[in-house]
Structures are given as structure tokens and as C-alpha cells.
Design a protein. Sequence first.
Length: 360
Amino acid sequence: MSKAIKYSDNPDPQSPDRREILVGGATLATVALAGGTNLALAAGPDMSRGANNFYKSSDVNTQDVRFNNTYGMEVVGTLFTPNRMGSGKKYSALVVGHPYGAVRQQAANLYATRMAEQGFVTLSFDQSFWGQSAGSPRGAVLPDVYTENFSAAVDFLGTRDFVARENIGVIGVCASGGFSLAAAKVDPRIKAVATVSMYDMGEYFRTGIKNERSVVTRRKDLEIAAANRYKEFETGRPIHGPGQNDPVFLEAAESNDYYRTERGMVASNDRRTTPATYAKFLNFYPFVGIESISPRPILFVVGEIAPSRGYTENAYQLAAKPKELVVIKGANRIDLYDRTEIIPWAKLTSFFNQHLGGAK
């Protein structure tokens, strides 16, 4: 069972616990820099608290599906349906988004499977430029397309004869939390949103997790991106920079324990992006206008000791009611990707049952 702290009032993002967490995150990055990128591989994965990223269920049917987004790009996903579906009934449905730089087999399929066990039709998908979905160059950053793909997934679900199209919600894990909120702002068909370990990728590239990214740093990043554009134009080949698991990233140690071991590794995904397109994140503001999602509800789930917890707290403060924040005691960001004993399945189920309803 997960242990959660439920906030009815706005939490204090500058609490002593918050400051201590950020210092801990910086220490992890320092260790990773000293030990190299194989740090987690050498230690072995932490499989505690029910870590089960590749969970399968005999109560759920799966089918790989393909559909186009509004820009004509093919999106590849997996449709999960409960075995006990009745003929002629229509079911509430959920779109589940994976973390940035991941593929649907990393966190998203686990959430989709577990929620399908609870009677929802669920759909995970690979973001454009990642996994099996279309898009070139691979690993490109384009937040507008990432956001669009949630609406494209709603298109697909809402045209299934076994889905109640008025009862479709979204679960966004990590960066997909931000993308799903951005989608909900402009797509009223998304009736309820739950974010888990949410990352605001725009704010991360603008200021970092604890304001460690200065104006000078941002300018240098933009200069590198601009220089890379010239090189890419002249050679016709993309330049791939440091991956999301490399030690330059603040949360590299905990990230590597998941992405670089059998705990969550997908061999075909090296998580390398194109720095020439990083600049696109600087123009991404998923929380601006978040209050317009109301009266549709938002559930925010975050780990107590996640260095990136502040993103969730900021979004919670800005969102209009109905909203709810659940903090999982002792959990970091990636703990909520796959540790089945602490992910609040009961809360997710009750939230979507309340706001979407069951089969009709």
C-alpha cells in the first residue's frame, strides 16, 4: 500500500524538507560526475518496493495500433482492454504518456496495464521522434507535436465503438504531465488529468530544478544549438548530444538505476536528443493558462523527495479547482515510474471513476 500525504491547501515549496531534497539531488549529480555513466550499472538495479516496469496481466488484452496525428505523422501505440468487457457496452478510457526521452514500454505501459485491470480502456503511445512512432531526426524536440499527440490519441479512442467518447482522461508521467496539461488546455474532450512525477520541460531548460541554469548558461546553450544548426544544414546529418542519462543531468544517478539496468532499460532507446532542437523547450509554458482547464479536475501525484517536486507544486498552486495534490512519502521521481507498492493505484482509480465513470 502506498503512504501518501494529501494536501488540501497549497504546500510550501520552500519548506525545510524541500531545501534538503534539493541539496540531496545536487549531491547525486556530483557522485555521478565523479563515477561516470556506468555508476548504476555497477551497483545493480534497486528492485525494492515492487519495482515491476514490465508487468503483464492475464486480465488484460493488448494490441499494437497505429494512427496519425493532425500533422499526418504516424503514431504507434498499444491498446489495453479489460478481458471482462461486455458486448455492446461503452467504457471510460485513458491516454497514458511516457516520460521524456522514454518509450511507451517505460512506465506508460505499466500504468496502462494496471488501469485496464480496473476496467478502463487505456492507450499508451510512443511520442513522435521516439520509439516506433514517425519523425525525423530521431530524438528531436518539438513540444507542440508532443502535446498534439495526446489529442490524436483521444481521436483514436473516441472513434472506438466500445469507448464512451465523453469519458476520456489522461495520465501523464514525468514530462508527459506537462504535455498532457498543455493538451487539456486546448482540448475539452480531455475530461480529467492526472500527472505523476511531473516535469515542466520548459522551466527545466530555462532555469533548471533549483535555479542552477543562469542566463549565461542559457545563452551558451542557444549558441551551441545555433552552431549545430549550421553543421546539420551543411552535412545533412543530425548532431546528437548528451543523453538524458549522462552525468551532466542533476538526477542522473536515480535515472540510470532505471534506464540503464534491466529494471527499465529498453535496448532500442538510447535517449539521445538533438541539441539543435533543445531551444524549442525554452518557448514551452505548459502552466500558463492552466486555470482554464477548470471545471475539469486535475490530480497531481509527486514523490516527497523528488528534486523536481517543485514543478508539481507550482502547477497545483496555479490550477483552479477542482484539484488535488497527493505526495507519496519517501518517493523520488523515478520511484513512481515502476514501484508498484508505492504508486497510488487506488487513488488513481477512484479519481477517474469519480470523474469519468465506469462502463455504460
